[in-house]
Design a protein around this ligand. Structure first.
Ligand SMILES: *Cc1c(COP(=O)(O)O)cnc(C)c1O
Length: 396
């Protein structure tokens, strides 16, 4: 009965785009949609950014793939630049967020092993977390709807309530290796962990010989107005998984670590065929060229403020549709009073694209280089959608 040869794992909207231009997606019919879904925080510089397109085309003419049997100069360069811009000394490249998390989990376990503590393999995680869809990362995320039917949950993950640091402290046992957290939860509903709590987690890790692992797959690469969200907290993690925005639409992920944290990841213990491939590295370097430009992140912060203020006005105007606006930088969420799927459908009928998230939130993830004019168009579409829903609610 199914209409295509694809697995039915996705509930897709009935849209198919032919091309993209900046913040816009365009159907074959010519219909244009303002894209604040951004491929789920992936299209950090919008669609068809000339610098990214040129980098990919240039690399495509030279060399696509050699595997990690050889040195890959683009990898060395991107790793050096990421290390220079962060707490990290070492980088392992992957093709996705889940693989970056797998590497982070393995790094934490191997660190304890290398320190003579093979019994320390457990990792504390937080409710509402999302770390990917591999067997280990669904165990880390702990969400029953993703675990059901896939056999025994991978051993070694202990979950505590969201941002509950006392509970995290109580969950530490002689077998604990690390604490894993998204500084700003994405899929969980755009929930930022208060700075003070991240600081306490750092202290807990230091006191107990644990590694602090941040998942910045969604909130990293300028999304919050800093290159990485941890910079808002004044503390640094030992290990960090990134992906999504670093590739700007090309599949790239990475696990970053200090020398100390990566000490167990010696020759032969981990690997990947595709990770760090020359095409991916060319694009990753091109994304950094733009995001690290002087003033780029200041502009993200400025535009984020304009957008958030506009959204706050709409929340006030339509209290029967929206409850609050939340989030940091251009990683914003509207908590809905009616099902977020209904709100998202109304957005779509106003040619505006966003992404539903947990806690009945709708995520707004525009390109970091979105224009003021596009923010205004987005606010108009959101207001018009809210008005249509509000009238419908009033009439019912
Ligand atoms: C998307 C996401 C992942 C998983 O990334 P994939 O590329 O889908 O494997 C992991 N963690 C967070 C915070 C994410 O948003």
């Amino acid at each position: 009965m199914s209409g295509s040869a694809l697995y039915e794992t996705f509930a897709r909207a009935p849209l198919a785009f032919e091309r993209g231009e900046g913040s816009w997606l365009i159907e074959a019919s010519g219909a244009r949609y303002l894209d604040f879904a951004g491929g789920i925080a992936v299209n950090s510089l919008g669609h068809g950014h000339p610098h990214l397109v040129a980098a990919l085309k240039d690399q495509a003419d030279k060399l696509w793939h050699v595997s990690n049997l050889y040195r890959v100069p683009g990898q060395e360069r991107l790793a050096e630049r990421l290390a220079a811009a962060t707490f990290a000394d070492k980088v392992f490249f992957t093709n996705s967020g889940a693989e970056a998390l797998e590497c982070a989990i393995k790094t934490a376990r191997r660190y304890q092993f290398a320190n003579g503590h093979p019994e320390r393999f457990r990792i504390i995680t937080f409710e509402g977390a999302f770390h990917g869809r591999t067997l280990a990362t669904i165990a880390a995320g702990g969400q029953q709807k993703y675990l059901e039917g896939f056999g025994p949950k991978v051993e070694g993950f202990d979950q505590v309530p969201f941002a509950d640091i006392d509970a995290a402290e109580k969950a530490i046992t002689p077998e604990t290796a690390a604490i894993l957290i998204e500084p700003v939860q994405g899929e969980g509903g755009i929930r930022a962990v208060p700075t003070e709590k991240l600081r306490r987690l750092r202290e807990l890790c230091d006191k107990n010989g644990l590694l602090l692992v941040f998942d910045e797959v969604q909130c990293g690469i300028g999304r919050t107005g800093k290159l990485f969200a941890y910079e808002w907290s004044g503390i640094v993690p030992d290990v960090m998984a990134i992906a999504k925005g670093i590739g700007g639409g090309f599949p790239v992920g990475a696990c970053l670590a200090t020398d100390e944290a990566a000490k167990g990841m010696v020759s032969g213990v981990h690997g990947t065929t595709f990770g760090g491939n020359p095409l991916a590295m060319a694009v990753g370097n091109a994304v950094l060229d733009v995001v690290l430009e002087d003033g780029f992140l200041d502009e993200v912060k400025r535009k984020a403020l304009v957008f958030k203020q506009g959204l706050a006005g709409i929340v006030d105007e339509f209290p029967d549709v929206f409850e609050e606006v939340r989030g940091v930088g251009l990683m914003l969420g509207l908590k809905c009073k009616m099902p977020n799927g209904t709100v998202n459908a109304a957005f779509r009928s106003h040619n505006f694209l966003a992404v539903p998230a947990g806690e009945n939130v709708i995520r707004l993830l525009p390109p970091l280089n979105v224009s003021d004019e596009e923010i205004r168009i987005a606010l108009d579409a959101i207001r018009a959608s809210a008005a249509s829903l509000s009238t419908a609610a009033g009439a019912a």
